[in-house]
Write a protein of this length. Structure first.
Length: 194
């Protein structure tokens, strides 16, 4: 496969992003994982994506043919989970990390996480953090395998997510694989507070 590049998402990527999302939903359902299938969830996800794209927080990974193979959002800390005692401004937060099934075997998810670590390092932030669904044990195991450590699990009644993890920004889980090439630098420090 050709070199993989990372760039800011734009409004013209909405169709490709939803294609990734629907493919992921179907894969999760086939694996018996109940995630992202609630009525209306897609519409809310697309609305959040639009906000994140407009704010410059969503990124896409493309191959040499400019086909979108993955996406990640460098999110704000979720106030339902990350508290003042966690020093939420000390991290880059991973959200909406999705890779295409056709990229299976490329370790794309792990390479995206390594790229997020490089963004955190560039902004002198010590942590990469995330949260995922409390019931998705396979995804939790995946993140543990990628070098994350479970911080704690929060369970607000209005949320299905809440398994929280972090790894040092200095960690690189896939040093033997070609890094993703960023076609443009993140303009500003990921804004943890707003």
């Amino acid at each position: 496969m050709n070199q993989l590049t990372v760039r800011h998402a734009s409004g013209s990527d909405e169709t490709a992003l939803m294609k990734l999302r629907i493919e992921a939903e179907e894969w999760l359902a086939a694996a018996g994982i109940d995630q992202w299938r609630s009525p209306g969830f897609r519409d809310r996800a697309l609305a959040k994506w639009r906000d994140d794209i407009a704010a410059g927080r969503t990124w896409v990974v493309e191959d040499g043919r400019e086909e979108v193979l993955g996406t990640v959002t460098l999110a704000r800390p979720d106030a339902d989970f990350w508290k003042a005692s966690d020093a939420p401004e000390s991290a880059v937060y991973v959200a909406k990390l999705i890779t295409a099934r056709q990229a299976s075997g490329l370790q794309l998810g792990g390479r995206i996480l390594d790229w997020v670590g490089s963004v955190a390092r560039a902004h002198r932030l010590p942590w990469v953090r995330l949260d995922c669904w409390r019931t998705n044990v396979k995804l939790q195991d995946y993140y543990l395998h990628e070098g994350f450590e479970h911080v704690r699990t929060e369970a607000p009644a209005h949320r299905l997510s809440g398994w929280m993890a972090q790894r040092p920004a200095a960690a690189v889980a896939h040093p033997d694989l070609p890094p993703l090439v960023t076609t443009e630098a993140p303009a500003d420090t990921p804004n943890p507070s707003g």
